[in-house]
Design a protein around this ligand. Structure first.
Ligand SMILES: [Zn+2]
Length: 142
């Protein structure tokens, strides 16, 4: 997980394993918990987070299994996707980090935008124009 994310401190992160033949059980996440930001729910099918970012990403991320879906709720940022990662290194299971990438497409994200980053695509927030950037994240595990 990106170390710049403000997550995980004192929130009860609920982990559950969902058998492939069953869907995850119904969950409601209370607004107070959502407003507190952080990792909200995680199971073998998806991860749900509220993220607040005040600085650009310190490195390029590549998720080998997770597809990121971001819904921007506040702020504006420049986000680059799809370049060639320079010297990619394993950072955690399913996670590859690189210091930079060559090429790629710049996206200017603002409140209301949704962006979907398929697994395997390098991506990085390169600039926060109006911070903090607050966004809802669903990571779909593939
Ligand atoms: Zn990501």
């Amino acid at each position: 997980m990106d170390k710049m994310f403000v997550i995980m401190d004192n929130l009860a992160l609920q982990n559950e394993t969902v058998p492939h033949h069953r869907s995850a059980r119904l969950r409601q996440i209370d607004h107070a918990k959502v407003n507190a930001l952080g990792a909200l729910l995680e199971n073998s099918l998806y991860k749900v987070q509220m993220t607040k970012r005040v600085v650009p990403g310190a490195f390029v991320e590549i998720h080998t299994h997770d597809t990121d879906i971001f819904h921007i709720l506040q702020g504006t940022a420049t986000f680059v996707t799809g370049g060639t990662a320079v010297d990619p290194q394993p950072a955690a299971p399913g996670e590859i980090h690189a210091k930079s990438m060559i090429g790629g497409t710049e996206h200017h994200l603002t409140k209301g935008d949704i962006i979907i980053i398929p697994h395997g695509i390098p991506h990085q927030f390169t600039k926060i124009e109006e911070g903090p950037l607050v966004y809802f994240v669903v990571k779909v595990v593939q």
